[in-house]
Design a protein around this ligand. Structure first.
Ligand SMILES: Cc1cc2nc3c(=O)[nH]c(=O)nc-3n(C[C@H](O)[C@H](O)[C@H](O)COP(=O)(O)OP(=O)(O)OC[C@H]3O[C@@H](n4cnc5c(N)ncnc54)[C@H](O)[C@@H]3O)c2cc1C
Length: 464
C-alpha cells in the first residue's frame, strides 16, 4: 500500500482534521529548541484531540511498523521531540483540560497538553498549588514536564515533577490504554511503573492523563540577593549554607556575564559589575524566614560577598524572580548580536563541590575560543553553563562542542550527572552511555525492549 493510501486509512480513524500532512506544517513541528540535533522528515502530524486519537495512531503505527514521536509544546532542550524519518508526530497540546480538582486528596487530574502556568492559575483560585516551575512554565505542557521530569527554581525545597506524579494513564506502543500508579496518598502495590514513565522522554508510551499531588498555596517568601566578586565564592556560599541545615525555597545563581546580559535586557534592580549573584528565598513561617536569610548573609559575607540585601516586599520579590526568568530571553538577545550560537548545558554537581566546579569551568572557558555564561539552580547543584559561539564559523562550532563535552565530563568527574532536568534526547545520548554502568545500561535497554518490542516509540532518543 502506498504511503498516501496508508495515511488516508489513518485519517479515517481519527477525529476530523487531526491528521496534517502539509510538508510545511509538519516541518515546522519537527524540532524542539535544541541545537545540533538531527531533525528527520516525518510522514505526518496528528493533533490528537482525544485519547482515541492516540490509540488509533499507536494501533496504526504497530500494524505498519511506523515510528512515533510524541510532542507537547516542543520547548525541550535535548532534541527529544524532534522528528525521525518516516515517523508520525503525535502532538497532544490540544488535549489541555483540567479534568478534576480533588480538594480532599489535594490532587488534580489533567490532560497532558495543559500548560504548567495555566494549571497553577486554576489551582490558585482554589487555594492550591502545583510547585514545579521550569523556566518554561508559561509555555511547556504538564505532559512534557512529566516526560522529562522537569525541575525549576522551587525544586530545592519542593522537589521536581516526579515528586508530584501520583498516577498516569498511558497508551502503549500497541494501543493498549493502561493506568499506572495510584490516586491515593500512599500505595505500594507492585512495581512503581508510573515512576518509570516519568522522565522516559516519549520512549515508553504516550501519557494521556496525569494525576498530580498538590500543596496548599505557598507562603509569600522573603527574598535576598548576594553579590560576589567571583563564582567560586558564590559556590562555597551555597555549600556552606546548605550544610547549615537551611531549607531555602529558592537558591539561584547567575554569573557576572549573565547579570550583565539581564541588565542590558531590562531594569530588574540587579547591581552592575557583579562577578556572581545569588538569589535566595525563604518561605518559612514568620521569624524563621528572617533567621534563615540572616544566616545566609553571615555565610555569604564570610565567603567574600560584597553586598547582601533582603526584602519582604512582594513587588521586589517578583522583580528578582523576573530577573532570573529573564536569563533565557536576555541571553537569546545577546547571542543574536554575538554570533548566534548557544549550547545550554545542564550538569548537576554535588553541592559540596560547586566551588571546585566553577574554578574548573573557568579553565574550560579560558581554553576555548568561546564564551561561557552560567546560571542555574544552585540549591540543587544544577548548573546551566551556556556555551556561546559564532554559529557561522566551523572552528567556533567545533570549539563550542568540545567545551560543552568537557563540561559534561567535569560534571561526571565531580560525581554529578550530565543532565539535571533537560533530559538526554539526541543531544546527550552518547553521554548517557558514559554515565551509566554496564548493569544499568543493560537494564534500561531490556526495559525499553519489553515495553516497546518493535522499537516504535521515539527511536534513537535517550537510549540510542
Ligand atoms: C526558556 C526555557 C526554559 C527552560 N527551563 C527549564 C527548567 O527550568 N527546567 C526544566 O526541567 N526544563 C526547562 N526547559 C526545558 C523544557 O521546557 C522542559 O523539558 C519541558 O518539560 C518540555 O515540555 P514540552 O511540553 O515542551 O515537551 P516537548 O519538548 O514537546 O517534549 C519533551 C519530551 O517529552 C516527550 N513528551 C511530551 N509530551 C509527552 C506525552 N504526553 N507523553 C509522552 N511523552 C511526551 C517528548 O517525546 C520529548 O521526549 C526550558 C526550556 C526553555 C525553552
Amino acid at each position: 500500500m502506498s504511503a498516501d493510501l496508508r495515511l488516508e486509512e489513518l485519517a479515517a480513524r481519527l477525529s476530523p482534521g487531526a491528521l496534517v500532512t502539509d510538508a510545511d506544517v509538519v516541518g515546522a513541528h519537527s524540532s524542539d529548541k535544541a541545537l545540533f540535533c538531527p531533525t528527520g522528515t516525518a510522514l505526518g502530524l496528528v493533533r490528537a484531540a482525544a485519547v482515541d486519537d492516540v490509540v488509533a495512531v499507536m494501533r496504526f503505527a504497530t500494524e505498519h511498523r511506523i515510528p512515533v514521536v510524541t510532542q507537547g509544546a516542543r520547548t525541550g532542550l535535548s532534541g527529544a521531540a524532534n522528528a525521525v524519518d518516516g515517523a508520525l508526530l503525535i502532538n497532544v497540546a490540544k488535549m489541555d483540560s483540567v479534568l478534576d480538582i480533588d480538594e480532599v486528596e489535594q490532587t488534580c487530574r489533567v490532560q497532558p497538553g495543559v500548560i504548567n502556568q495555566d494549571l497553577k492559575n486554576v489551582l490558585a483560585e482554589r487555594g492550591l498549588s502545583y510547585p514545579p516551575d521550569p523556566g518554561s512554565v508559561a509555555i511547556s505542557t504538564i505532559g512534557g514536564n512529566v516526560a522529562t521530569n522537569a525541575g525549576g527554581m522551587c525544586c530545592v525545597k519542593y522537589g521536581v515533577t516526579k515528586d508530584y506524579v501520583r498516577a498516569l494513564t498511558v497508551v502503549l506502543a500497541d494501543g493498549t490504554v493502561t493506568k499506572l500508579g495510584r490516586q491515593t496518598a500512599k500505595g505500594v502495590a507492585g512495581l512503581d511503573l508510573a515512576a518509570l514513565f516519568v522522565g522516559s522522554e516519549g520512549t515508553l508510551g504516550v501519557i494521556v492523563e496525569i494525576t498530580l499531588a498538590l500543596r496548599p498555596l505557598l507562603t509569600p517568601p522573603l527574598t535576598g540577593v548576594a553579590v560576589f566578586p567571583d563564582m567560586e565564592s558564590a559556590g562555597h556560599t551555597v555549600s556552606a549554607f546548605m550544610a547549615s541545615g537551611a531549607a531555602p525555597s529558592m537558591l539561584e545563581l547567575m554569573d557576572g556575564a549573565t547579570v550583565a546580559m539581564i541588565n542590558d535586557y531590562g531594569d530588574f534592580g540587579l547591581p552592575d559589575g557583579a562577578g556572581a549573584l545569588l538569589l535566595v528565598q525563604s518561605d518559612a513561617a514568620g521569624p524563621t524566614a528572617v533567621a534563615e536569610l540572616e544566616a545566609f548573609q553571615t555565610i555569604a559575607e564570610a565567603q567574600g560577598a560584597a553586598e547582601v540585601f533582603f526584602s519582604d516586599d512582594p513587588a521586589d520579590s517578583e522583580m528578582f524572580v523576573a530577573a532570573r526568568r529573564a536569563v533565557s530571553p536576555a541571553m537569546e538577545r545577546y547571542v543574536g548580536a554575538h554570533g548566534g550560537g548557544e549550547l545550554i548545558d545542564d550538569v548537576c554537581i554535588p553541592r559540596s563541590r560547586l566551588g571546585e566546579f566553577f574554578a574548573r569551568l573557568s579553565e574550560i572557558d579560558a581554553r576555548y575560543d568561546v564564551e561561557v555564561a552560567t546560571a542555574g539552580h544552585a540549591g540543587d547543584g544544577n548548573m546551566h553553563p551556556s556555551v556561546l559561539f559564532d554559529a557561522s564559523d566551523e572552528e567556533s562550532i567545533a570549539a563550542a562542542k568540545a567545551a560543552f563535552a568537557e563540561i559534561m565530563a567535569l560534571g561526571l568527574e565531580l560525581g554529578g550527572t550530565i543532565t539535571g532536568e533537560h533530559g538526554v534526547g539526541y543531544l546527550k545520548r552518547d553521554w548517557l552511555v558514559r554515565e551509566l554502568d554496564e548493569g544499568a545500561r543493560l537494564l534500561q535497554t531490556r526495559i525499553k525492549e519489553s515495553v516497546d518490542p518493535l522499537g516504535l516509540l521515539n527511536p534513537g532518543k535517550m537510549l540510542g
